[in-house]
Design a protein around this ligand. Structure first.
Ligand code: HEM
Length: 393
């Protein structure tokens, strides 16, 4: 588990702008990219049964949260920190293996983004942990990954940890459910004390070359400025004729300056929201979407989301720039729209960007169940924006 990607600078493999960018990593001269074929996924015969169990348990977490807040929340990433309007520009002259799906042609689309923290409870921002980024691209035409999906949105869903914590549905059904259960129930004070203690233990263990396991590392990750974070797909996706993971990293100097900037000793309860609102009151920012193509199914597996894909074998290459202009990302109407009306789901998108692997297959049912639950409880209709004017100011 690494907090930062090896490539936080734009890679030279595919210059993202007209500027000359210095070489950071050797790029393989002639990598053989793995071609997508349905057989690269291998279903566990017990998968559906395990997913049934997970959906049922998560629903009980959801019901519990509803009793506490008297409001239907997301079963994960319940606390939104900001809803941003922006645009994504696909770079021209991408190499053919990257010019796939919605990136096949250069172009510009509107986007809506939601920044969040991973818990299914609304927690104090002093707590460390995983942060999330949902990006919804509007007006993307093409064959859909989900049957009966008539939307024209393309969702990309990312978190601040590079590899996922659990390999597959089997592991999630045991260890993952324990984490989900704890995150739904343990009070802030205890969770905060637990992660401070774990961070101290980790510092001691590191001296003996035995840091805490990745499952615990995410809870001791230093609490830094969310706008300086890099977000990862964590699990693999179809990339048209190929297979990939991707990340979104700060690009403009003003957000790169926020990388690894600590939140300070005593952040306020909604520090993330306040920092995001304060930043975008006076600034715009650019981020970059970078794609890592799979070159070897043995060392870059589809069904085990915990194994790192080597940057040396296949570096992340820039494919698009995401721009967020100056705005108010935390107005009451925006927040209500982002938290209660919108749903982000990596299955909502093109077949050419179909989520792959066990963790992603599980998400197909889990996300729909969570979204249905909260919309029904709150008496609010789900909607997929067709136009950026659907997003209130
Ligand atoms: C590759 C792994 C994963 C990533 C990158 C990821 C990321 C995210 C993000 C960023 C959100 C918030 C989206 C929003 O703002 O609406 C979210 C929501 C959610 N996640 Fe995940 N997640 C992953 C795996 C999982 C797994 C394994 C589960 C459970 C089995 C899960 C359950 C949920 C649920 C229930 C929601 C809320 C859905 C809704 O009500 O709309 N996620 N996830």
């Amino acid at each position: 588990m690494k907090d930062q990607p090896p490539t936080t600078q734009p890679s030279t493999a595919q210059p993202s702008t007209s500027e000359t960018i210095e070489t950071e990593e050797p790029v393989p001269t002639d990598p053989t990219y793995v071609r997508y074929h349905p057989d690269i996924e291998q279903l566990d015969p017990k998968e559906e049964e395990l997913i049934d169990r997970i959906v049922t348990t998560l629903k009980s977490n959801n019901e519990r949260a509803y009793r506490t807040y008297q409001h239907g929340l997301r079963d994960a990433h319940a606390k939104g920190h900001g809803i941003l309007e922006g645009s994504i520009t696909v770079y021209p002259d991408l190499q053919p293996e990257l010019a796939q799906g919605m990136f096949a042609q250069p172009g510009k689309y509107p986007v809506i983004a939601r920044l969040s923290s991973t818990s299914g409870a609304i927690r104090h921002d002093r707590l460390r942990g995983v942060r999330g980024l949902g990006i919804k691209v509007l007006g993307v035409e093409g064959e859909r990954a989900m049957v009966d999906d008539e939307a024209t949105t393309q969702d990309f869903i990312l978190v601040t940890h590079r590899e996922f914590l659990f390999a597959d549905v089997r592991e999630y059904a045991t260890r993952g459910m324990v984490v989900a259960w704890l995150l739904a129930r343990v009070p802030d004070l205890l969770l905060g004390a637990g992660s401070e203690l774990a961070a101290t233990v980790d510092r001691l263990l590191v001296r003996f070359g035995r840091p805490l396991p990745p499952t615990l590392q995410v809870f001791i990750r230093p609490n830094t400025h969310i706008l300086g974070d890099t977000f990862f797909s964590s699990a693999p996706f179809r990339w048209g004729d190929y297979v990939a993971k991707f990340l979104i990293a700060p690009l403009s100097d003003n957000v790169r300056a926020l990388e690894n900037v600590p939140l300070g000793q005593n952040p306020s309860e909604n520090a993330n929201r306040e920092m995001i609102a304060e930043f975008f009151a006076n600034n715009g920012a650019d981020y970059e979407l970078r794609v890592q193509l799979c070159t070897d199914l043995d060392t870059m597996p589809i069904e085990n989301a915990t194994l790192p894909w080597s940057e040396e074998a296949s570096p992340h290459i820039p494919v698009a720039k995401i721009h967020f202009p100056k705005q108010d990302p935390a107005s009451p109407t925006r927040r209500a729209f982002g938290d209660d009306v919108l749903s982000f789901n990596s299955w909502r998108g093109l077949e050419a960007h179909r989520p792959l692997g066990s963790i992603n297959r599980m998400k197909l049912r889990v996300y729909e169940a969570s979204s249905d639950f909260r919309h029904e409880k709150n008496g609010i209709e789900r909607m997929e924006p067709a136009d950026i004017s659907d997003l209130p100011d």
